[in-house]
Design a protein around this ligand. Structure first.
Ligand code: T3D
Length: 265
């Protein structure tokens, strides 16, 4: 049987490809396990500077595998418990990884598949990409952080309509709505994602890790509290070897040479 996840290393980037193309890469428990393990392993490797998440075949991910979820003898059981063990762990892991996660959305991203893409740090979409909050059609609530992420990305009014109606947004519409950073031709998507991975690899990792952390708290706190958080994270960033090297290289008019992630990982 094919592995539900393909892992490839390109330079300092790990490409994770959800690999159940016959079901548009819908999530089974096995695919969850494989993806979570791969993210944790990649995140713990100081040589890994970014992760690309994409799908095999013509889709990114169609969310929960509905056949597995509706099998009374299957592994899913209570949806609340299932969410906690799978989707919630997955999106928490993506947010807490010390390196940027790039979603390369290569086709339909429906249900949890859409919200997992939106949980990533940078979202690229091929022209065939579609984003669907398909939950309402099967009488479920948007999950995988969608009710938190979507209003923050697109505004509450658009989020309401998207979640309640389950309309399909194409790649260009999703970009206009602020869900997508860059739209590319389908056959250019992998190279576009790798180009961003390469740019990330050329930047000092410690600052990126702390920036990711700062932006994660930004949507939850008050302005004053966020200033405190920036102060604390900047204090850590200012002590990092990466910062010292970047500033020294600037002043000495030479290219910087950065190490791997530091102790605050
Ligand atoms: O259960 C819990 O743990 C709670 C958590 C829920 C999280 C969720 O994600 S809920 C939302 C689940 N996802 C959906 O409701 C989406 C269902 N899929 C679709 O609506 C459509 O497939 C798409 C709009 C995504 C794509 O449509 P289209 O016409 O491009 O493709 P298709 O022909 O419908 O699908 C192609 C194949 O993939 C087809 O199989 P077949 O007939 O060729 O053997 C289809 O059954 C299969 N497939 C697509 N989505 C799923 C799926 N199989 C299982 N589960 C799916 N989600």
């Amino acid at each position: 049987m094919d592995s539900p996840l393909l892992t490839e290393r390109v330079g300092s980037c790990v490409i994770l490809t959800m690999n159940r193309s016959d079901a548009l890469n819908a999530f089974t428990v096995d695919m969850h396990r494989a993806l979570l393990d791969a993210l944790v392993v990649a995140g713990a490797n100081p040589e890994v500077r970014s992760i690309i998440l994409t799908g095999a075949g013509r889709g990114f991910c169609a969310g929960q595998d509905l056949a597995e979820a509706s099998d009374p003898n299957g592994p899913v059981g209570s949806l609340g418990e299932h969410l906690e063990k799978t989707y919630n762990r997955l999106v928490r892991t993506i947010r807490r990884l010390p390196v940027p996660v790039i979603a390369a959305v290569n086709g339909v991203a429906a249900g949890a598949g859409a919200n997992i893409a939106l949980a990533c740090d940078i979202v690229l979409a091929g022209r065939s990409a579609k984003f669907i909050q398909s939950f309402s059609k099967i009488s479920l609530v948007p999950d995988s952080g969608g009710t938190w992420t979507l209003p923050r990305l697109v505004g509450l009014q658009r989020a309401r309509a998207l979640a309640l109606l389950g309309d399909t947004l194409n790649a260009e519409q999703a970009q206009v709505f602020g869900m997508v950073w860059q739209v590319t031709d389908d056959d250019a998507l992998r190279d576009a994602a790798l180009a961003i991975a390469e740019r990330i690899a050329s930047l000092p990792p410690e600052g990126l890790k702390l920036t990711k952390r700062a932006l994660d708290t930004a949507m939850e706190t008050t302005f004053d509290r966020q200033l405190d958080i920036e102060r604390d994270l900047q204090s850590l960033a200012g002590q990092s070897a990466d910062n010292k090297e970047a500033v020294a290289a600037f002043l000495e008019k030479r290219p910087p040479v950065f190490g791997t992630q530091g102790a605050t990982r």
